[in-house]
Every structure is written in structure tokens, then in C-alpha cells.
Design a protein around this ligand. Structure first.
Ligand SMILES: *Cc1c(COP(=O)(O)O)cnc(C)c1O
Length: 216
């Protein structure tokens, strides 16, 4: 699907939900895509991208940024504390703040660097064993802890279980965000971004629908 088609579908979902047109930001997820296809989207003027790994992003974004001004790159995948400094230097936004140890490390580095990316707290809405994110029942305390550390938490992120109806998870995430006074909702991917927009997503993360299947 072209970038225009995806954008049109997002605008339509916003209109149907009675939301302001343009309320949802499209993050083009460029992880594991060949450089040419990412550059084609940059050349069309799109500037907001998502990556899953610090290493992979470090390999390609410095060059892309040199060629195309104004790119904003979001880290979507899990972040190890030993890569936190590099991540803070590479990304404008991090969507995977998911544990106290990482929060403390980011807070210390923010002091040292004098800056910090915007942060989304990842919530494991499906309470899946293998998945990152704080449990829904721990989210309020964790958000408070991050705020006490002066971290710029702007919203919540979730990655629903593949076999479940995502809308239930999007609604839960929206509820947790609302009671914590957070505006940002990072939810919805290629298969379900319209449902996420209907439930208030401010950031949808769309990869394969834009770029095609990934090369694993
Ligand atoms: C890969 C990935 C996406 C994009 O997934 P698609 O199904 O290709 O749209 C979104 N969010 C996260 C966290 C991802 O890892």
C-alpha cells in the first residue's frame, strides 16, 4: 500500500471516530527493510520512522539524516541499559520504557547529556510472559516513578497478543493513559491501525503495509 493510501485510511478512521484530522502520527517502521525502499519513502517527504534495534538504526540513520533533513526516528523495540546512552543520542522518541532499572539509567544519562528523548511507557496489556512492558496493575506506580525521576513521559505503548482482538487492548491502554493524565497512545500496526485510531491512537506504527514483507 502506498503512503498516501495509508494516510487516507488514517484520516478516514479519524473522521469516523469524530477525532481531529491529523491527530494521529504515522510512524513508518523501517526495521529490516532495504535502504532503497526506506529512501523512497524519505524522498516522498515522510520524516517519521520507527526502528526496533539500536544497532540496526545506528547503521543506517546517520547517513539518511545527512541526506534528508528533519527525520524523527523512534525506537520501538526493547532497550538494554548498556545501549541506553547510544539510544538517547540516536532517537527522538523511545517507546519501550518498561522497567525501573531502565528508568533510573535514562534519568542519570538525561542529567549528564542535558537532554532526553520523549518517552512512552510500554504496557504488557496481555500480561504475556515473554513480552516486555509493565503489567497493567503496575502501570500507575511506574508512571509516577518515572515522573519523580523527571523523565519526559508523554504516553503509553502496547503490543497486543497476536491471537486476540486488539481493540480490547487498545481500550485498556487508553483507560490507563487517561487516569494518569497522559495524552500519547502508541498503538496499532499494519493489521489493526484503523481500530487503534478509532480508540484514540496518537501514534500508529506501520511497517509491512508500507514497505512490504520484511527480509528476515
Ligand atoms: C515491527 C513492529 C511494528 C510494525 O509492524 P507491521 O506489522 O509490519 O506494521 C510496530 N511496532 C513494533 C513494536 C514493531 O516491532
Amino acid at each position: 500500500m502506498s503512503l498516501e493510501e495509508i494516510t487516507a485510511r488514517i484520516r478516514k478512521a479519524e473522521a469516523e471516530a469524530g477525532r481531529a484530522l491529523g491527530a494521529t502520527e504515522l510512524i513508518a517502521v523501517s526495521k529490516r527493510q532495504p535502504d532503497e525502499v526506506v529512501e523512497a519513502v524519505l524522498a516522498q517527504g515522510h520524516r517519521v520512522f520507527g526502528e526496533n534495534q539500536v544497532q540496526e538504526a545506528a547503521g543506517k540513520w546517520p547517513d539518511f539524516r545527512e541526506k534528508y533533513n528533519g527525520a524523527e526516528v523512534h525506537l520501538l523495540g526493547p532497550l538494554q541499559t548498556n545501549k541506553a546512552r547510544q539510544a538517547m543520542e540516536l532517537f527522538e522518541v523511545i517507546h519501550s520504557l518498561d522497567r525501573p532499572k531502565l528508568a533510573k539509567t535514562l534519568a542519570r544519562l538525561a542529567q549528564e547529556l542535558g537532554q532526553c528523548p520523549k518517552l512512552f511507557v510500554q504496557v504488557n496489556t496481555g500480561e504475556e510472559e515473554q513480552k516486555a512492558g509493565v503489567l497493567p496493575g503496575d502501570a500507575d506506580d511506574f508512571v509516577a516513578e518515572c515522573r519523580a525521576l523527571d523523565l519526559p513521559v508523554v504516553g503509553l505503548m502496547c503490543l497486543p497478543p497476536v491471537e486476540e482482538e486488539p481493540s480490547l487492548h487498545f481500550a485498556l491502554l487508553a483507560k490507563i493513559a487517561e487516569r494518569n493524565g497522559l495524552d500519547g497512545l502508541s498503538m496499532g500496526m499494519s493489521g489493526d491501525f484503523e481500530r487503534a485510531v478509532a480508540l484514540g491512537a496518537t501514534h500508529v506504527r506501520v511497517g509491512s503495509a508500507i514497505f512490504g514483507a520484511r527480509d528476515y
